[in-house]
Design a protein around this ligand. Structure first.
Ligand SMILES: [Zn+2]
Length: 291
């Protein structure tokens, strides 16, 4: 009986946390929005990032939260900062997973003039509203959204004096997009990188029939991301960059709270280590399967 109860407890935990996160309750927990650096503002929840990049000609919003509720939280944060929702011109996304794309449909409905830009490789997943590729967590569906503009590696997004570059870093999803921009903070130019996730997150690395190049893609992405000059790394999950701790430092008056030129390489190293471990585990579990 006791063993059954323990087994049941594990089963419930697994269902509650399909995306390899032990606790997702902070994904929809409000937090006061704030200016991070230059013209970049944090408008996400406590646990899930959303970034507003402003310009005199309108604004870009990166990521959407997990749901319509998550989108509404972001909209309130934009208003709290004194910006007009209608001035958001372009909605972009790190990748087509529900926790970062599930609010896009609601945002687009609420800002009818805003255009959704997405990598061509992630476009079908966004328009279908589900993960692409064989994944042990399943398809994790989310509200589908129409993509207005698909782009490839190196695409430039310009809006007023703001410019962003899209770097394709596939693996976590087939169209995972790392965005970069430059800002000026008190006269100092800073390279800012919004890295796409690099975690395995249930992806089948061995025998993935719908995403056969997944292992090669991850490896190329580790190298590509390391090569991006970065002073400020702004990830899509709080715990990927200790965002709450940095915010506290910022509020205490430390102008360099978010500046760390070594952080992105440490981020890549950590995920590459986890990836290699998980690849070895999956290879051991499926002997004889090449890829
Ligand atoms: Zn993801």
């Amino acid at each position: 009986m006791k063993r059954t109860l323990i087994a049941l407890a594990f089963a419930v935990a697994a269902v509650a946390a399909p995306a390899a996160h032990a606790d997702n309750s902070n994904w929809t927990k409000p937090i006061r929005p704030y200016r991070v650096v230059g013209n970049i503002y944090y408008v996400g929840s406590e646990g899930l990032s959303a970034w507003l990049i402003t310009s005199s000609q309108g604004h870009v919003l990166l990521d959407s939260g997990p749901s319509a509720e998550g989108a509404k939280l972001i909209e309130r944060n934009i208003a709290t900062l004194g910006f007009q929702l209608a001035d958001v011109k372009i909605l972009i996304n790190t990748h087509a997973h529900f926790d970062h794309a599930g609010g896009l449909a609601q945002l687009k409905a609420d800002i009818p003039t805003a255009k959704v830009w997405a990598s061509r490789a992630d476009e079908p997943a966004l328009e279908k509203g589900q993960h692409f590729g064989d994944n042990d967590n399943g398809l994790t569906p989310f509200p589908a959204v129409k993509v207005d503009k698909g782009f490839g590696d190196g695409a430039k997004l310009k809006l007023g004096e703001t410019a962003l570059i899209a770097h394709l870093t596939p693996g976590h999803t087939i169209g995972c997009t790392t965005w970069t921009t430059q800002v000026t903070e008190k006269g100092r130019p800073l390279n800012v990188t919004f890295p796409c996730s690099l975690s395995v997150a249930g992806n089948q690395l061995i025998g993935n029939k719908t995403y056969r190049d997944i292992v090669a893609d991850y490896r190329a992405s580790f190298a590509a991301m390391r090569a991006i000059p970065t002073d400020v790394m702004l990830p899509s999950h709080e715990e990927q960059g200790d965002l709450l701790a940095k915010r506290q430092k910022l509020l205490r008056g430390d102008p360099n709270a978010f500046v760390d030129p070594t952080e992105l390489s440490r981020f890549v190293d950590a995920y590459e280590g986890q990836f290699n471990q998980e690849l070895a585990r999956q290879q051991a579990a499926a002997p004889g399967v090449k890829r």
